[in-house]
Ligand binder design. Structure first.
Ligand code: ISE
Length: 351
């Protein structure tokens, strides 16, 4: 494949898929958008018409099987992921799958097992915070050891609103909190051993019966603790912050100190409306990283193991949401179940 652009098909062209399609077509190097698929074929047709030579393939599995598609970016709803990712693995096509990898731990394990049977890593999971320059800087500083051991992490994850009435309490865990599960695992380089999800009195502005905000507490295998507030109807905008507390200092990202304006007796900046704006650079780097790695036959960023582990934590989190008590996270053996990655001989695995 060296020298020729990666021919990418995008499955699911709602808000995020359309954003990624435009990114592949116009902003990422060494890639070409060749096909899109969506159950809403009118929406897919409108998007395809914006670019030269992009085909609409109504059935996502046909897009995956198409000989002129080298790699697949999946941005369909989570419930469709398992079948689509398994098809990509069966066709040995590099895949960037938006989070969550699948709907529960058991289905993520089926993906992990299929990838191992294929004999090489093929799946990257769309945890974009890993590619955000601020988050990457936080991780680099903590890993340098300059501040000593990392002890605690505090995350804030707020969306202005979720217009979709089907976005229920469990989805706050599975679709929103899952990002912070990945941050915790990645920053600590450890797994989550237990999760507690607390239910404060909900805002009156969430849909009937939806527990929003939620507060989650993760215990890490090395003894660290992570707290996360997720509030998806905050009415303000997209606010994602993270503060890591180490032995000799703390590191904070996401304060959003961009352009400040003073006018009419007030001063301030902007809160981004949604994740496409806040994480634009991270998405660009993530998709470019995926394209470059796919052309080399490698996977960068979050792997299928990371997708499985995050989903397993959220599966336990959805149980904890019902009771408010801690639920242990039981993972399968990583080195028996992952493709093409030898077991480490010394030290702990790098997540
Ligand atoms: C959405 O699916 C995302 O992935 C966003 O990053 C997250 O903030 C939002 O809560 C989810 O619904």
């Amino acid at each position: 494949m060296t020298g020729t652009p990666l021919r990418v098909g995008v499955v699911g062209v709602g808000m995020m898929g359309a954003d990624h399609a435009e990114r592949v077509a116009n902003r990422v190097g060494n890639a070409e958008l060749v096909a899109v698929s969506d159950p809403d074929t009118t929406r897919a047709g409108r998007l395809a018409a914006r670019f030269d030579g992009v085909r609409v393939i109504p059935d996502p599995l046909d897009l995956v099987a198409d000989p002129d598609v080298d790699a697949v970016l999946i941005a369909s709803p989570g419930f469709a992921h398992e079948e689509q990712v398994l098809a990509c693995i069966a066709h040995r096509k590099p895949t960037l799958c938006e989070k969550p990898l699948t709907m529960d731990a058991a289905s993520s394990l089926r993906v992990l097992d299929a990838e191992r049977a294929a004999g090489r890593p093929l799946v990257q999971v769309g945890f974009m915070r890993r590619f955000d320059p601020e988050y990457a800087g936080l991780k680099r500083l903590l890993d340098s050891g300059e501040l000593g051991r990392t002890l605690l992490l505090h995350n804030i994850h707020r969306n202005r609103a979720v217009p979709d009435p089907t976005f229920r309490s469990e989805m706050i865990v599975r679709d929103s909190l899952v990002h912070e599960v990945d941050v915790a695992r990645w920053v600590f380089g450890e797994e989550v051993s237990s999760i507690t999800v607390l239910s404060p009195a909900p805002t009156a502005l969430a849909a009937e019966g939806v527990i929003d905000p939620q507060v989650a507490i993760f215990h890490m295998t090395g003894g660290g603790i992570v707290t996360t507030e997720v509030f998806v109807n905050s009415q303000v905008g997209y606010e994602v912050r993270c503060e890591a507390v180490a032995e000799r200092g703390s590191v904070t990202v996401g304060l959003g100190s961009g352009v400040l304006t003073r006018t009419g007796g007030r001063w301030g900046g902007r809160v981004p409306d949604d994740y496409r704006e806040r994480f634009e650079r991270a998405y660009d780097l993530e998709v470019q990283g995926w394209v470059d790695a796919s052309r080399r036959g490698e996977v960068v960023g979050a792997t299928s193991w990371d997708g499985y582990a995050a989903t397993a934590v959220c599966t336990a989190g959805m149980q904890s949401l019902l009771t408010g008590v801690p639920v242990a996270v039981d993972l399968v053996d990583r080195y028996e179940r992952t493709a093409g990655r030898p077991a480490p001989t010394t030290g702990r695995p790098t997540i």
